[in-house]
Design a protein around this ligand. Structure first.
Ligand SMILES: [Zn+2]
Ligand SMILES: [Zn+2]
Length: 454
Protein backbone atom coordinates (compact mmCIF):
# COMPACT_ATOMS: atom_id res chain seq x y z
CA UNK A 1 0.00 0.00 0.00
CA UNK A 2 1.11 3.50 -0.72
CA UNK A 3 1.60 5.91 2.12
CA UNK A 4 -0.98 8.33 0.76
CA UNK A 5 -3.94 8.48 3.11
CA UNK A 6 -7.37 7.56 1.81
CA UNK A 7 -8.77 11.06 1.87
CA UNK A 8 -5.84 12.35 -0.11
CA UNK A 9 -6.16 9.66 -2.72
CA UNK A 10 -9.86 10.27 -3.02
CA UNK A 11 -9.22 13.94 -3.49
CA UNK A 12 -6.64 13.33 -6.20
CA UNK A 13 -8.85 10.86 -7.95
CA UNK A 14 -12.13 12.70 -7.92
CA UNK A 15 -11.25 15.98 -9.48
CA UNK A 16 -10.35 14.88 -13.03
CA UNK A 17 -13.05 12.31 -13.49
CA UNK A 18 -16.23 14.11 -12.57
CA UNK A 19 -18.59 12.98 -15.27
CA UNK A 20 -20.35 15.46 -17.52
CA UNK A 21 -23.62 14.55 -15.85
CA UNK A 22 -22.27 15.23 -12.38
CA UNK A 23 -20.61 18.44 -13.44
CA UNK A 24 -23.88 19.64 -14.94
CA UNK A 25 -25.75 18.80 -11.79
CA UNK A 26 -23.14 20.54 -9.70
CA UNK A 27 -23.23 23.57 -11.97
CA UNK A 28 -26.96 23.80 -11.34
CA UNK A 29 -26.12 23.83 -7.66
CA UNK A 30 -28.13 20.70 -7.10
CA UNK A 31 -26.66 18.55 -4.35
CA UNK A 32 -26.07 14.99 -5.54
CA UNK A 33 -25.78 13.77 -2.03
CA UNK A 34 -26.34 15.37 1.32
CA UNK A 35 -23.29 16.39 3.28
CA UNK A 36 -23.32 14.42 6.52
CA UNK A 37 -23.72 16.36 9.74
CA UNK A 38 -20.55 18.09 10.81
CA UNK A 39 -18.82 18.02 7.44
CA UNK A 40 -18.22 21.14 5.44
CA UNK A 41 -18.73 21.22 1.73
CA UNK A 42 -15.73 22.40 -0.22
CA UNK A 43 -16.87 24.49 -3.12
CA UNK A 44 -19.47 23.08 -5.43
CA UNK A 45 -17.87 19.68 -5.55
CA UNK A 46 -18.62 19.08 -1.87
CA UNK A 47 -15.45 17.08 -1.41
CA UNK A 48 -14.61 16.03 2.12
CA UNK A 49 -11.71 18.10 3.36
CA UNK A 50 -8.32 16.51 3.54
CA UNK A 51 -7.74 15.13 7.02
CA UNK A 52 -11.41 14.77 7.77
CA UNK A 53 -12.93 11.48 8.74
CA UNK A 54 -13.07 8.89 6.00
CA UNK A 55 -16.57 8.11 7.23
CA UNK A 56 -18.34 9.65 4.31
CA UNK A 57 -15.75 10.37 1.67
CA UNK A 58 -18.48 10.85 -0.85
CA UNK A 59 -18.95 9.16 -4.12
CA UNK A 60 -19.82 9.65 -7.71
CA UNK A 61 -23.21 8.44 -8.78
CA UNK A 62 -23.02 4.74 -9.52
CA UNK A 63 -23.96 3.16 -12.78
CA UNK A 64 -27.68 2.50 -12.83
CA UNK A 65 -28.43 4.96 -10.03
CA UNK A 66 -27.63 8.30 -11.60
CA UNK A 67 -29.91 10.32 -9.33
CA UNK A 68 -28.48 9.10 -6.06
CA UNK A 69 -25.10 7.66 -5.27
CA UNK A 70 -25.54 4.47 -3.31
CA UNK A 71 -23.00 5.68 -0.79
CA UNK A 72 -25.52 8.27 0.28
CA UNK A 73 -28.09 5.60 1.13
CA UNK A 74 -25.50 3.59 3.00
CA UNK A 75 -24.31 6.67 4.84
CA UNK A 76 -27.90 7.10 6.04
CA UNK A 77 -28.09 3.43 6.98
CA UNK A 78 -24.70 3.36 8.71
CA UNK A 79 -25.94 3.82 12.32
CA UNK A 80 -28.54 1.09 11.84
CA UNK A 81 -26.03 -1.33 10.29
CA UNK A 82 -23.46 -0.49 13.00
CA UNK A 83 -26.08 -1.37 15.63
CA UNK A 84 -26.59 -4.78 13.99
CA UNK A 85 -22.82 -5.26 13.91
CA UNK A 86 -22.42 -4.36 17.57
CA UNK A 87 -25.23 -6.73 18.53
CA UNK A 88 -23.47 -9.56 16.65
CA UNK A 89 -20.24 -8.51 18.34
CA UNK A 90 -21.78 -8.78 21.80
CA UNK A 91 -23.09 -12.29 21.04
CA UNK A 92 -20.30 -14.22 19.31
CA UNK A 93 -20.88 -17.82 18.27
CA UNK A 94 -18.37 -20.41 17.11
CA UNK A 95 -18.11 -22.66 14.09
CA UNK A 96 -21.48 -24.15 13.07
CA UNK A 97 -23.18 -23.07 16.32
CA UNK A 98 -24.20 -19.70 14.91
CA UNK A 99 -27.89 -20.23 15.66
CA UNK A 100 -28.61 -16.79 17.10
CA UNK A 101 -26.71 -14.95 14.36
CA UNK A 102 -28.23 -17.03 11.57
CA UNK A 103 -31.69 -16.54 13.06
CA UNK A 104 -31.31 -12.76 13.09
CA UNK A 105 -29.90 -12.79 9.56
CA UNK A 106 -32.86 -14.81 8.26
CA UNK A 107 -35.36 -12.63 10.13
CA UNK A 108 -33.87 -9.43 8.70
CA UNK A 109 -33.70 -10.83 5.16
CA UNK A 110 -37.41 -11.65 5.40
CA UNK A 111 -38.16 -8.19 6.78
CA UNK A 112 -36.25 -6.61 3.87
CA UNK A 113 -38.59 -8.40 1.48
CA UNK A 114 -36.16 -10.93 0.00
CA UNK A 115 -37.96 -13.17 -2.47
CA UNK A 116 -36.65 -16.30 -0.84
CA UNK A 117 -34.90 -16.95 2.49
CA UNK A 118 -33.65 -20.43 3.28
CA UNK A 119 -32.02 -21.48 6.54
CA UNK A 120 -30.05 -24.62 7.25
CA UNK A 121 -27.91 -24.63 4.11
CA UNK A 122 -24.53 -26.06 5.17
CA UNK A 123 -26.04 -26.85 8.59
CA UNK A 124 -26.49 -23.28 9.87
CA UNK A 125 -25.89 -21.20 6.75
CA UNK A 126 -28.53 -18.79 5.44
CA UNK A 127 -29.29 -17.92 1.83
CA UNK A 128 -31.42 -15.00 0.64
CA UNK A 129 -32.55 -14.35 -2.91
CA UNK A 130 -33.37 -10.88 -4.27
CA UNK A 131 -34.76 -10.58 -7.78
CA UNK A 132 -34.00 -7.49 -9.79
CA UNK A 133 -36.59 -5.35 -11.53
CA UNK A 134 -35.95 -7.38 -14.66
CA UNK A 135 -34.44 -10.74 -15.53
CA UNK A 136 -33.69 -10.83 -19.24
CA UNK A 137 -30.86 -13.34 -19.20
CA UNK A 138 -31.16 -15.35 -15.98
CA UNK A 139 -28.03 -13.87 -14.48
CA UNK A 140 -27.28 -14.73 -10.84
CA UNK A 141 -24.53 -13.22 -8.70
CA UNK A 142 -23.64 -14.60 -5.27
CA UNK A 143 -22.33 -12.38 -2.46
CA UNK A 144 -20.87 -14.09 0.58
CA UNK A 145 -20.22 -13.18 4.22
CA UNK A 146 -19.08 -15.32 7.15
CA UNK A 147 -20.83 -15.28 10.54
CA UNK A 148 -18.61 -17.14 13.04
CA UNK A 149 -16.39 -15.84 15.84
CA UNK A 150 -13.25 -17.18 17.56
CA UNK A 151 -12.42 -18.88 20.88
CA UNK A 152 -10.59 -15.82 22.25
CA UNK A 153 -11.20 -13.85 25.46
CA UNK A 154 -12.01 -10.30 24.35
CA UNK A 155 -9.92 -7.42 25.68
CA UNK A 156 -11.27 -4.47 23.71
CA UNK A 157 -13.16 -2.80 26.57
CA UNK A 158 -15.84 -1.54 24.15
CA UNK A 159 -19.36 -1.12 25.62
CA UNK A 160 -20.69 -3.83 23.30
CA UNK A 161 -17.87 -6.28 24.07
CA UNK A 162 -18.54 -10.00 24.01
CA UNK A 163 -21.04 -11.19 26.62
CA UNK A 164 -19.82 -14.76 26.17
CA UNK A 165 -16.68 -15.72 28.11
CA UNK A 166 -13.94 -17.12 25.88
CA UNK A 167 -15.57 -16.12 22.60
CA UNK A 168 -15.19 -13.00 20.51
CA UNK A 169 -15.54 -11.59 17.02
CA UNK A 170 -11.79 -11.13 16.51
CA UNK A 171 -11.82 -11.51 12.73
CA UNK A 172 -14.53 -8.98 11.89
CA UNK A 173 -17.07 -11.49 10.63
CA UNK A 174 -19.61 -9.46 12.63
CA UNK A 175 -18.78 -6.59 10.25
CA UNK A 176 -18.94 -8.80 7.15
CA UNK A 177 -22.37 -10.13 8.14
CA UNK A 178 -23.74 -6.67 8.98
CA UNK A 179 -22.42 -5.14 5.73
CA UNK A 180 -23.90 -7.89 3.56
CA UNK A 181 -27.20 -7.46 5.41
CA UNK A 182 -27.01 -3.73 4.69
CA UNK A 183 -26.35 -4.42 1.02
CA UNK A 184 -29.27 -6.88 0.95
CA UNK A 185 -31.60 -4.28 2.44
CA UNK A 186 -30.57 -1.72 -0.17
CA UNK A 187 -30.78 -4.21 -3.05
CA UNK A 188 -34.24 -5.34 -1.93
CA UNK A 189 -35.34 -1.71 -1.77
CA UNK A 190 -33.94 -0.61 -5.13
CA UNK A 191 -33.78 -3.82 -7.23
CA UNK A 192 -31.96 -1.79 -9.81
CA UNK A 193 -30.44 -4.74 -11.64
CA UNK A 194 -31.28 -7.30 -14.29
CA UNK A 195 -31.08 -10.76 -12.73
CA UNK A 196 -30.93 -12.16 -9.21
CA UNK A 197 -28.66 -11.73 -6.23
CA UNK A 198 -28.05 -14.55 -3.82
CA UNK A 199 -26.71 -13.38 -0.45
CA UNK A 200 -24.80 -16.17 1.29
CA UNK A 201 -24.19 -16.15 5.05
CA UNK A 202 -21.91 -19.00 5.99
CA UNK A 203 -20.98 -20.57 9.31
CA UNK A 204 -17.62 -22.02 10.36
CA UNK A 205 -15.08 -20.09 8.33
CA UNK A 206 -12.60 -20.34 11.21
CA UNK A 207 -11.60 -23.95 10.72
CA UNK A 208 -14.86 -25.76 10.03
CA UNK A 209 -14.99 -25.31 6.27
CA UNK A 210 -18.55 -23.98 6.39
CA UNK A 211 -18.12 -22.65 2.85
CA UNK A 212 -17.40 -26.17 1.62
CA UNK A 213 -20.36 -27.59 3.52
CA UNK A 214 -22.67 -25.03 1.88
CA UNK A 215 -21.24 -25.90 -1.55
CA UNK A 216 -21.61 -29.63 -0.80
CA UNK A 217 -25.22 -28.92 0.15
CA UNK A 218 -25.81 -27.95 -3.48
CA UNK A 219 -26.20 -24.22 -2.87
CA UNK A 220 -24.49 -23.08 -6.08
CA UNK A 221 -26.56 -25.32 -8.34
CA UNK A 222 -29.82 -24.89 -6.44
CA UNK A 223 -29.84 -21.14 -7.07
CA UNK A 224 -27.86 -21.30 -10.32
CA UNK A 225 -25.21 -18.96 -8.89
CA UNK A 226 -22.87 -17.99 -11.72
CA UNK A 227 -20.28 -15.81 -10.00
CA UNK A 228 -19.31 -15.34 -6.36
CA UNK A 229 -17.78 -12.39 -4.55
CA UNK A 230 -16.54 -11.98 -0.99
CA UNK A 231 -14.63 -9.53 1.16
CA UNK A 232 -12.37 -9.51 4.20
CA UNK A 233 -11.70 -6.46 6.33
CA UNK A 234 -8.03 -5.65 6.77
CA UNK A 235 -6.39 -3.79 9.67
CA UNK A 236 -3.70 -1.23 8.88
CA UNK A 237 -4.96 -0.62 5.37
CA UNK A 238 -6.48 2.87 5.00
CA UNK A 239 -10.10 2.81 6.15
CA UNK A 240 -12.46 2.17 3.26
CA UNK A 241 -9.70 1.44 0.75
CA UNK A 242 -9.56 -1.75 -1.30
CA UNK A 243 -6.88 -4.16 -2.52
CA UNK A 244 -7.09 -7.24 -4.70
CA UNK A 245 -4.96 -9.46 -6.92
CA UNK A 246 -5.72 -12.03 -9.59
CA UNK A 247 -4.65 -15.63 -9.02
CA UNK A 248 -3.41 -17.05 -5.72
CA UNK A 249 -4.37 -14.58 -2.99
CA UNK A 250 -4.73 -16.57 0.24
CA UNK A 251 -2.75 -19.70 1.01
CA UNK A 252 -3.67 -23.34 1.20
CA UNK A 253 -3.81 -24.13 4.93
CA UNK A 254 -2.71 -27.70 5.66
CA UNK A 255 -1.96 -29.09 9.10
CA UNK A 256 -0.09 -31.94 10.69
CA UNK A 257 -0.18 -33.86 13.91
CA UNK A 258 2.88 -35.98 14.66
CA UNK A 259 3.27 -38.55 17.37
CA UNK A 260 6.87 -39.39 18.21
CA UNK A 261 6.88 -42.80 19.83
CA UNK A 262 9.89 -43.99 21.86
CA UNK A 263 10.30 -45.83 25.11
CA UNK A 264 9.50 -44.17 28.40
CA UNK A 265 11.88 -44.61 31.26
CA UNK A 266 13.31 -43.14 34.47
CA UNK A 267 14.97 -39.86 33.62
CA UNK A 268 18.10 -40.86 35.53
CA UNK A 269 18.50 -43.99 33.36
CA UNK A 270 18.13 -42.63 29.78
CA UNK A 271 20.11 -45.56 28.36
CA UNK A 272 17.18 -47.85 29.09
CA UNK A 273 14.67 -45.84 27.06
CA UNK A 274 14.22 -43.98 23.78
CA UNK A 275 13.99 -40.27 24.52
CA UNK A 276 11.05 -38.84 22.62
CA UNK A 277 11.63 -35.31 23.96
CA UNK A 278 15.07 -35.21 22.38
CA UNK A 279 13.87 -36.77 19.11
CA UNK A 280 10.91 -34.40 18.88
CA UNK A 281 13.15 -31.39 19.56
CA UNK A 282 15.35 -32.37 16.62
CA UNK A 283 12.24 -32.87 14.49
CA UNK A 284 11.13 -29.28 15.23
CA UNK A 285 14.52 -27.91 14.26
CA UNK A 286 14.86 -30.14 11.18
CA UNK A 287 11.45 -29.05 9.89
CA UNK A 288 12.83 -25.55 9.46
CA UNK A 289 15.09 -26.92 6.72
CA UNK A 290 12.08 -27.59 4.48
CA UNK A 291 11.49 -23.90 3.75
CA UNK A 292 15.15 -22.85 3.88
CA UNK A 293 16.68 -25.75 1.90
CA UNK A 294 13.97 -27.45 -0.20
CA UNK A 295 11.80 -24.53 -1.29
CA UNK A 296 13.19 -22.15 -3.90
CA UNK A 297 14.01 -18.81 -2.25
CA UNK A 298 11.46 -16.84 -4.27
CA UNK A 299 8.58 -19.18 -3.45
CA UNK A 300 6.35 -18.58 -0.43
CA UNK A 301 5.92 -21.46 2.03
CA UNK A 302 5.36 -21.45 5.80
CA UNK A 303 6.03 -24.41 8.07
CA UNK A 304 5.17 -23.65 11.71
CA UNK A 305 5.25 -26.07 14.63
CA UNK A 306 2.71 -24.67 17.05
CA UNK A 307 2.35 -27.29 19.78
CA UNK A 308 4.80 -29.58 21.61
CA UNK A 309 3.15 -31.81 24.14
CA UNK A 310 4.96 -34.47 26.19
CA UNK A 311 3.01 -37.42 27.56
CA UNK A 312 4.19 -36.63 31.08
CA UNK A 313 4.93 -33.39 32.90
CA UNK A 314 7.14 -34.99 35.58
CA UNK A 315 10.73 -33.92 36.18
CA UNK A 316 11.99 -37.47 36.46
CA UNK A 317 10.23 -39.34 33.65
CA UNK A 318 11.24 -39.57 30.01
CA UNK A 319 7.88 -39.61 28.22
CA UNK A 320 7.00 -42.51 25.94
CA UNK A 321 5.38 -40.16 23.42
CA UNK A 322 5.49 -36.54 22.32
CA UNK A 323 2.81 -34.95 20.18
CA UNK A 324 3.63 -32.11 17.78
CA UNK A 325 1.15 -30.00 15.87
CA UNK A 326 1.60 -27.39 13.22
CA UNK A 327 0.54 -25.81 9.96
CA UNK A 328 1.89 -25.60 6.42
CA UNK A 329 0.89 -22.71 4.12
CA UNK A 330 1.50 -22.57 0.38
CA UNK A 331 0.34 -20.47 -2.58
CA UNK A 332 1.03 -23.01 -5.30
CA UNK A 333 -0.09 -26.64 -5.75
CA UNK A 334 3.44 -27.78 -6.66
CA UNK A 335 4.82 -26.21 -3.49
CA UNK A 336 1.98 -27.79 -1.56
CA UNK A 337 2.97 -31.28 -2.76
CA UNK A 338 6.66 -30.57 -2.16
CA UNK A 339 6.08 -29.30 1.37
CA UNK A 340 3.96 -32.30 2.31
CA UNK A 341 6.50 -34.76 0.94
CA UNK A 342 9.46 -33.07 2.61
CA UNK A 343 7.73 -32.57 5.98
CA UNK A 344 6.86 -36.26 6.13
CA UNK A 345 10.34 -37.41 5.01
CA UNK A 346 12.19 -35.12 7.41
CA UNK A 347 10.00 -36.08 10.36
CA UNK A 348 10.33 -39.84 9.74
CA UNK A 349 14.08 -39.82 9.14
CA UNK A 350 14.85 -37.52 12.07
CA UNK A 351 12.81 -39.59 14.50
CA UNK A 352 14.46 -42.71 13.22
CA UNK A 353 17.91 -41.26 13.74
CA UNK A 354 17.09 -41.16 17.46
CA UNK A 355 15.60 -44.64 17.51
CA UNK A 356 12.04 -43.33 17.71
CA UNK A 357 9.10 -43.80 15.39
CA UNK A 358 7.05 -40.97 13.88
CA UNK A 359 3.33 -41.38 13.17
CA UNK A 360 2.20 -38.56 10.95
CA UNK A 361 -1.35 -37.41 10.35
CA UNK A 362 -1.04 -34.82 7.55
CA UNK A 363 -4.34 -33.16 6.64
CA UNK A 364 -4.98 -30.96 3.67
CA UNK A 365 -7.17 -28.05 4.72
CA UNK A 366 -8.55 -25.03 2.90
CA UNK A 367 -7.41 -24.85 -0.73
CA UNK A 368 -5.52 -21.90 -2.20
CA UNK A 369 -7.91 -18.95 -2.58
CA UNK A 370 -7.39 -18.12 -6.23
CA UNK A 371 -9.17 -15.13 -7.74
CA UNK A 372 -10.37 -15.49 -11.31
CA UNK A 373 -8.88 -12.95 -13.71
CA UNK A 374 -12.02 -11.40 -15.21
CA UNK A 375 -13.92 -11.31 -11.90
CA UNK A 376 -10.91 -9.70 -10.22
CA UNK A 377 -11.23 -6.87 -12.73
CA UNK A 378 -14.97 -6.58 -12.05
CA UNK A 379 -14.30 -6.47 -8.31
CA UNK A 380 -11.60 -3.88 -8.85
CA UNK A 381 -13.92 -1.71 -10.96
CA UNK A 382 -16.56 -1.84 -8.22
CA UNK A 383 -13.96 -0.89 -5.61
CA UNK A 384 -12.81 2.04 -7.72
CA UNK A 385 -16.38 3.21 -8.11
CA UNK A 386 -16.74 3.16 -4.32
CA UNK A 387 -13.45 4.56 -3.10
CA UNK A 388 -11.69 5.89 -6.17
CA UNK A 389 -8.80 3.44 -6.16
CA UNK A 390 -7.99 -0.21 -5.72
CA UNK A 391 -4.47 -1.29 -4.80
CA UNK A 392 -2.69 -4.40 -6.03
CA UNK A 393 -2.70 -6.69 -3.00
CA UNK A 394 0.20 -8.82 -1.83
CA UNK A 395 -0.45 -12.56 -1.46
CA UNK A 396 -1.35 -13.58 2.09
CA UNK A 397 -0.32 -16.74 3.92
CA UNK A 398 -3.58 -16.88 5.87
CA UNK A 399 -6.24 -19.35 4.70
CA UNK A 400 -9.81 -18.60 3.69
CA UNK A 401 -12.59 -21.03 2.97
CA UNK A 402 -14.20 -18.81 0.34
CA UNK A 403 -11.66 -20.80 -1.71
CA UNK A 404 -14.18 -23.65 -1.95
CA UNK A 405 -16.68 -21.40 -3.69
CA UNK A 406 -13.97 -20.09 -6.04
CA UNK A 407 -13.13 -23.68 -7.01
CA UNK A 408 -16.70 -24.12 -8.23
CA UNK A 409 -17.52 -20.75 -9.75
CA UNK A 410 -15.62 -17.78 -11.15
CA UNK A 411 -15.36 -15.03 -8.60
CA UNK A 412 -13.10 -12.82 -6.55
CA UNK A 413 -12.21 -12.00 -2.99
CA UNK A 414 -11.16 -8.50 -1.97
CA UNK A 415 -9.56 -6.84 1.05
CA UNK A 416 -11.08 -3.69 2.51
CA UNK A 417 -9.06 -1.54 4.90
CA UNK A 418 -10.38 -0.66 8.36
CA UNK A 419 -7.52 1.68 9.30
CA UNK A 420 -5.27 1.30 12.33
CA UNK A 421 -6.45 -1.64 14.44
CA UNK A 422 -5.18 -4.59 16.42
CA UNK A 423 -4.40 -7.48 14.09
CA UNK A 424 -7.01 -10.09 13.11
CA UNK A 425 -7.41 -12.76 15.83
CA UNK A 426 -5.94 -10.44 18.49
CA UNK A 427 -7.98 -10.01 21.73
CA UNK A 428 -8.04 -6.22 21.19
CA UNK A 429 -9.14 -6.37 17.56
CA UNK A 430 -12.39 -4.61 16.70
CA UNK A 431 -14.10 -4.00 13.37
CA UNK A 432 -14.33 -0.33 12.35
CA UNK A 433 -17.96 0.67 11.84
CA UNK A 434 -16.92 3.74 9.85
CA UNK A 435 -16.16 1.60 6.78
CA UNK A 436 -19.67 0.13 6.66
CA UNK A 437 -20.86 2.43 3.82
CA UNK A 438 -17.87 1.48 1.65
CA UNK A 439 -18.28 -2.25 2.30
CA UNK A 440 -22.00 -2.20 1.59
CA UNK A 441 -21.45 -0.06 -1.50
CA UNK A 442 -18.90 -2.51 -2.89
CA UNK A 443 -21.35 -5.41 -2.58
CA UNK A 444 -24.14 -3.37 -4.17
CA UNK A 445 -21.85 -2.00 -6.87
CA UNK A 446 -20.81 -5.52 -7.91
CA UNK A 447 -24.47 -6.38 -8.46
CA UNK A 448 -25.36 -3.21 -10.35
CA UNK A 449 -22.26 -3.36 -12.54
CA UNK A 450 -22.42 -7.10 -13.29
CA UNK A 451 -26.16 -7.08 -13.99
CA UNK A 452 -26.95 -3.55 -15.14
CA UNK A 453 -30.63 -2.73 -15.26
CA UNK A 454 -32.00 -2.43 -18.77
ZN1 LIG B 1 -10.08 -15.30 11.02
ZN1 LIG C 1 -11.88 -13.89 8.89
Amino acid sequence: MGRLCLERRLFLWRSPVLSAEVTTELARGKPLWKMPEGQRAIGRGRLPQRGQSAKYPGSLPMKGTPQMPIKNRFAEMQPEIAAWRQDFHAHPELMFDVHRTAGIVAEKLRAFGCDEVVEGIGRTGVVGVIRGKSDSAGRVVGLRADMDALPIEEQTGVPYASTVPGKMHACGHDGHTAMLLGAAKYLAETRNFDGSVVVIFQPAEEGGGGGKVMVDDGMLDRWNIQEVYGMHNWPDMPAGSFAIRPGAFFAAADQFEIEIVGKGTHAAFPQSGIDTTLAASHVVVALQSVVSRNVAPLEAVVVSVTSFETATKAHNVIPATVRLRGTVRTLDEGMRDLAEARVCAVVRATAEAYGAEARIDYQRGYPITANHEAQTEFARAAARAVSGACAEAAPQMGGEDFSYMLLERPGAYIQMGIGPAAWLHHPEYNFNDEVIPQGCSWFAEIVEQRMPAA
